[in-house]
Design a protein around this ligand. Structure first.
Ligand SMILES: *Cc1c(COP(=O)(O)O)cnc(C)c1O
Length: 429
């Protein structure tokens, strides 16, 4: 595998961009090698600037659930772009997008568009604080909610692998308003509510954790959070930036049958363009300016290029017959293949999967249900596994604490190639 051009480009980028990347996890630091510089992608295949092709299981970190450069999405973008790129004024696309989201996500009656998942979560907690007139929030160790100050405390993958659990620049004043609980541990949440009676505005949670690797909510955990919030007058925020439109058309809330007060969305909702959104009941959402007192704005929010791409994505997800069943079939096939390989080779590892997201944890533990259990994984072993996979033409996330995403564009041959590469790599660990 010749990656000479990637190396040269990355050296050049490092002179003008901090670390050579515009988002830290892309730098491949935790797998101890230089990143590939990408030229183009189509369907399930991604190609670097040296012309090497890989079967892609990163999917731009989640958004590309129907594969790269999908013709429906490209056509929608071309059509929208022919009319201009942004107007800073209302457009028909925005109304269509809002109506579409409301029709898909059970707990959303009104929705506001933003430009990233980070913006969605930052805005959601401001809204929760404004609505409840309380200041504290509860988040879970190992859950990631974007890089907003309030969330950069025990924040999952990017921060774990860079060893920056608490980033400099986040003030103590902000940090003390964020309380940390343990994922899948309702007692740790009850304790915080008992200590801070009537002070907690919201619990924010990844309903299926994807940023400490995939960690499933235990039976009763999400319902338990729902009950605590209802009892204590706090809002429940589901951060569905990954799970939204991935686990079901209505996200993890539909999948698990537990409904939050506010939902944050991102990734898939933009069809590969930078988009986020947050929504909830009319009563809560009408607290936002211009009709309510909670301020939130955005020059490019809801711009019609992004709306066109997102709408094409969501339309595709709703009109493709059996899409989620097919994703489940493909993903179960991969899970079985990898689990067989683990048995054959005797390598100790845990595969966590829900729907089309999964993580292979290289740990001696028998299960991974919490941040602490995830942290027992051997990142060096993952780094070796990652490089061996890459040499077999498989592009995985460059960190132990991320997801492998199956897309509708992955063919059965792609998936068999993944399973074969997995066996080959496990044998050499
Ligand atoms: C990716 C992610 C975010 C942040 O979204 P950006 O678009 O990267 O700002 C927030 N929450 C979760 C659960 C995510 O996975």
């Amino acid at each position: 595998m010749n990656v000479e051009k990637s190396k040269i480009e990355f050296q050049r980028a490092q002179k003008s961009i901090p670390g050579g990347v515009n988002s830290p996890v892309r730098a491949f630091k935790s797998v101890n090698c230089d990143p590939l510089v990408i030229e183009k992608a189509k369907g399930s295949t991604i190609e670097d600037i040296d012309g090497n092709q890989y079967t892609d299981f990163v999917s731009s970190w989640g958004p590309l659930i129907i594969g790269h450069a999908h013709p429906d999405i490209l056509a929608a973008i071309y059509e929208a772009a022919s009319k201009g790129t942004s107007f800073g004024a209302p457009t028909h696309y925005e109304t269509l997008m809002a109506e579409k989201i409301i029709s898909m996500v059970p707990s959303i009656e009104k929705v506001r568009m933003v430009n990233s998942g980070t913006e969605a979560t930052m805005s959601a907690i401001r809204l929760a604080r404004g609505y409840t007139n309380r200041e504290l929030i509860v988040k879970f160790a190992g859950n990631y909610h974007g890089h907003g100050d309030s969330f950069l405390i025990k924040a999952g993958s990017g921060a774990i692998t860079l060893g920056l659990p608490d980033s400099p620049g986040v003030t103590k004043g902000v940090a003390v308003d964020t309380l940390i609980a343990d994922y899948n541990n309702l007692e740790s949440v009850e304790k915080l509510f008992a200590e801070r009676k009537n002070q907690i505005s919201a619990i924010i949670v990844e309903p299926v954790a994807g940023n400490m690797g995939v960690v499933l909510p235990k039976e009763g955990f999400l319902q338990g959070l729902r009950d605590i919030c209802t009892r204590e007058g706090a809002l429940l925020i589901f951060d569905e930036v990954i799970t939204g439109f991935r686990l079901a058309p209505g996200g993890a809330q539909e999948f698990h049958g537990v409904y939050p007060d506010i939902t944050t969305l991102g990734k898939i909702i933009g069809g590969g363009l930078p988009v986020g959104a947050y929504g909830g009941s009319k009563e809560i959402m009408d607290q936002l300016a211009p009709i309510g007192p909670v301020y939130q704005a955005g020059t490019l929010s809801g711009n019609h290029l992004a709306m066109a791409a997102g709408l094409a994505m969501l339309d595709n997800l709703t009109k493709t017959e059996g899409l989620y069943a097919e994703l489940e079939r493909k993903s179960a096939f991969v899970e079985n293949g990898i689990k067989n390989n683990l048995k054959k080779t005797g390598v100790s590892a845990v595969l966590n999967r829900v729907g089309s997201m999964m993580t292979l944890f290289f740990t001696e533990n028998k299960k991974v249900t919490s941040f602490n259990e995830a942290m027992t994984s051997d990142s060096n072993r993952y780094a070796k596994y990652f490089k061996l996979s890459l040499e077999s033409g498989i592009y995985l996330a460059p960190s132990q604490y991320e997801c492998l995403f199956i897309s509708y564009a992955h063919t059965d041959e792609d998936l068999q190639k993944l399973i074969n590469a997995n066996l080959n790599a496990l044998k050499q660990l």
